[in-house]
Ligand binder design. Structure first.
Ligand code: SF4
Length: 348
């Protein structure tokens, strides 16, 4: 079991639910635009939002952003201890900073004491692309090198008796990422922030992130998670929610099953499942919806779902909790399905 830290009011680690994270891509100096994105992320189910704090103007903007944010915020800081202290004083809930990279011990002590005063966790983020040269020479780009790199930063904090630590080990390589997190889970009891870095565009990132982070989640490794996608950050939240759903780690997310379609598909199914998938994104309930192509194999899945349709010729059979309810004409399938979903949710 990991140690527990708190990011604002949100517990992380030690059996607390896996939290969903993303990062803003607005200019953090622009409080209004950044807040708009934070609100959109929160509305889509994001628990914690990180933002880059790269100069004093960003720190200044935090004073407007933090009080208005619906979720706890994390400041992403590189090298400059004054930015970390400024962010902490502005009320940030967590700081991502590597203590070994901020210069003198005096600077580190200042950051740690500011964090201690407000119970702010510090995340040490190890990235395979920025491992120290001596470690690279000794271990190459490897999970071991990432662990040793983290050890240096962790020991700095532990020597100062600071233990509100979160760790991350990001690489763009799936196996490297998995191995580093597995070693970290054996080595430390600090909560782990899961993620793959430079995962790329949506399609590819979904595959890489599911392969890497899915394996870890299945082993019970990971306390908070970000899926990096080169896109609108709201896409990251949709992806994380679906991944967590696969492992039963999230509530109030509907499951949508659909057949791949084949020569037996009897109606125009693809536009229907696309529209229902869009609707699914807006629903906050644990229901399973099935959209199936034919009456040969479709009814099985449709029966197991809470609500399902199995196609007939230009029509579909509607199933609810395993029972056939009625036939629906092709043109009414989407609206009828939405209506049934709404009805089921309101009765829950
Ligand atoms: S459910 Fe029917 S239409 Fe869909 S893939 Fe299976 S056999 Fe084909």
């Amino acid at each position: 079991m990991t140690k527990q830290v708190f990011v604002g009011h949100i517990p992380m680690g030690s059996g607390a639910p896996v939290t969903v994270q993303s990062m803003t891509n607005t200019d953090s100096r622009d409080a209004e635009a950044t807040l708009a994105q934070i609100r959109a992320l929160a509305a889509s189910g994001c628990d914690i939002v990180r933002l880059s704090v790269y100069d004093q103007d960003c720190v200044k903007a935090l004073r407007d952003i933090i009080p208005a944010s619906p979720v706890p915020l994390v400041a992403d800081i590189h090298f400059d201890h004054r930015l970390a202290i400024g962010a902490i004083e502005a009320g940030i809930a967590k700081v991502r900073i590597n203590p070994g990279n901020i210069g003198s011990r005096e600077n580190v002590v200042k950051v740690v004491e500011a964090a201690r005063k407000r119970h702010i966790p510090l995340r040490i983020g190890i990235n395979s692309g920025s491992i120290e040269k001596p470690l690279l020479e000794k271990y190459g780009v490897s999970a071991q090198a990432m662990i040793e790199s983290a050890r240096r930063h962790v020991e700095i904090l532990e020597e100062l008796d600071y233990h509100d630590i979160v760790l991350s080990f990001k690489a763009s390589d799936v196996r490297l990422t998995v191995n580093a997190y597995k070693l970290a889970a054996e080595e430390w009891r600090y909560p782990l922030h899961l993620g793959l870095t430079e995962a790329g565009t949506k399609d590819y990132s979904l595959i890489k992130s599911s392969a890497a982070l899915g394996e870890l989640l299945n082993l019970g490794i990971g306390n908070t998670i970000r899926i990096s996608i080169s896109d609108d950050p709201v896409e990251e939240i949709k992806a994380v929610k679906k991944l967590l759903k696969c492992y039963g780690l999230v509530d109030r997310v509907p499951d949508l099953v659909g057949c791949p379609t084949c020569g037996r598909t009897d109606y125009d199914m693809l536009p229907i499942i696309r529209q229902i998938e869009e609707y699914r994104e807006t629903v906050r309930a644990d229901i399973r919806v099935a959209v199936m192509g034919c009456v040969v194999n479709g009814p099985g899945e449709a029966r197991e779902a809470d609500i399902g349709v199995a196609g007939g010729h230009n029509e579909a059979l509607l199933f609810k909790k395993g029972e056939i309810i009625r036939k629906i004409r092709q043109e009414d399938i989407v609206s009828e399905l939405k209506k049934e979903i709404d009805l089921m949710i309101s009765h829950d």
